[in-house]
Design a binder for this molecule. Structure first.
Ligand code: S3P
Length: 430
């Protein structure tokens, strides 16, 4: 489905964004592995999270949905072999499902197959195959891509794994596999990636120790069921933060947003750009920091960002490029080569579509160079989302300041992470 959007006068209101995608995946996984009944309140009912829910239903967890909450009767650490036609576990578009589940399948005493859609089948899986192979799982793949045939082993080898990139999906796969290992498994990474798995493993009773960018997990006999509440997703809030910052006269409050220090890179960078943004009512929910965000239209200054902060805002880079087009000066983004292996090549996708909008965005090997200025005008055009949810939402926000009409192809892919994105947008546009 394509969508047509037009320039708006301003945006204002008080909104909430849907629950955090990363936290929802982990809550479903650990509740399914626990012994007894867990509740996951305010879960994210998006396509990606539904893939994880379905996968664990097939492996024996009883998962009921009632009034926006999940009621999960966990089956324990040893799952049932999935009985679903040719493809045992279908991860759809969700790399988080495919990679995190592989860590758990590595520790099962059955063989399973993980598959995905066309986009996911082009994304690298060698990064999880390598450490899981070292831990003793046999994984057969087509040159490092899905489908993966995983021949699990009930007792894996504990390893010390030093990853050369910062990726929470690989870290989580190894930590989950570590629950089934014969000793302490230690994982380290160059810059700390999102730590929702570490926090939630601790909540569910796993023995886990964090020391800077290194984490050690000990084998578990059982996990204890929990009552978890999922906060709003900062990666979804980012689109509306951007809208309020770049549409003149705007003022917006976003309530109940997770503000985990491994995810708050965008806020840090916006403050450096002199954005009018405040984080208020700080609190903690289910071992995750949460706040409300107040943001107003701002005259922004350009900034440089590099590999030291990219992991803290990796999913926000496309929308950050839009913000940078509206900031005075040249913004350089480097150390973001991982964007090439997301749902689409986000460096190529962003550069090509911003060119159509008339913005000065140049792609470089590991990022972008953006020549921006406050109030820089964009021109509406026919744009391609490449069926990537974050590209579709970035281009939709760009259309709010673009002259004339903008049409975005395949905009329905927003359901991957933010099913009611266009309803929320409509309600705040004046
Ligand atoms: C995620 C980790 C990140 C992120 C993705 C969700 C997670 O991917 O981009 O949207 O939930 O662990 P990488 O691990 O590839 O950096």
């Amino acid at each position: 489905m394509d969508i047509k959007l037009k320039k708006v006068n301003s945006i204002s209101g008080i909104i909430e964004v849907p629950a955090d995608k990363s936290i929802t995946h982990r809550a479903v996984i650990l509740s399914s592995l626990a012994e007894g009944e867990s509740i996951v309140r305010n879960y994210l009912p998006s396509d990606d999270c539904n893939r994880t829910i379905e996968a664990f239903r097939q492996m024996g967890a009883e998962i009921k949905i009632d009034n926006g909450n999940l009621y999960i009767k966990g089956i324990g650490l040893k799952l049932k072999k999935p009985q679903y036609g040719q493809y045992n576990i279908y991860a759809g578009n969700s790399a988080t499902t495919a990679r995190l589940i592989s860590g758990i399948l590595a520790g099962q005493n059955f063989e399973s197959i993980v598959t995905g859609d066309e986009s996911l089948s082009k994304r690298p899986m060698g990064r999880i195959i390598e450490p899981l192979f070292r831990m003793g799982a046999k994984i057969i793949s087509k040159r490092g891509f899905l489908p993966l045939t995983i021949d699990g082993k009930s007792l894996l080898n504990a390893v010390k794994y030093d990853c050369n990139k910062s990726t929470a999906q690989v870290k989580s796969a190894v930590l989950f596999a570590g629950l089934y290992a014969d000793g302490a498994t230690t994982y380290s990474e160059p810059v700390k990636s999102r730590d929702h798995s570490e926090r939630m493993l601790k909540t569910f009773g796993a023995d886990i120790k964090v020391n800077g960018n290194s984490v050690t997990i000990y084998p578990a006999r059982k996990l204890n069921p929990q009552d978890i509440t999922v906060p709003g997703d900062i990666s979804s809030a980012a689109f509306f933060i951007a809208a309020a910052l770049i549409v003149p006269g705007s003022s917006l409050t976003i309530k109940n947003v997770g503000i985990n220090p491994t995810r708050d890179g965008l806020i840090e960078v916006l403050k450096r750009m002199e954005a009018n943004i405040s984080l208020v009512s700080h609190r903690e929910i289910s071992n995750e920091p949460v706040c409300d965000i107040e943001v107003k239209y701002s005259k922004l200054k350009a900034v440089n960002i590099d590999a030291s902060i990219v992991p803290k805002m990796v999913d926000e880079i496309p929308i950050f490029v839009l913000i940078a087009t509206q900031a005075d000066g040249i913004t350089r983004i480097s150390g973001a080569g991982e964007l090439k292996v997301k749902e689409t090549d986000r460096i190529a996708a962003v550069a090509s579509q911003f060119k159509k909008l008339g913005a000065q965005v140049e792609a470089i090997d590991d990022g972008f160079i953006i020549k921006g200025n406050v109030g820089a005008s964009l021109n509406g055009n026919l744009l391609d989302s490449f069926e990537d949810h974050r590209i579709a939402m970035t281009l939709s926000i760009a259309s709010l300041i673009a002259c004339g009409e903008t049409i975005i192809k395949d905009s329905s892919c927003v359901s991957i992470s933010f099913p009611n994105f266009y309803e929320v947008l409509e309600n705040i546009c004046k």
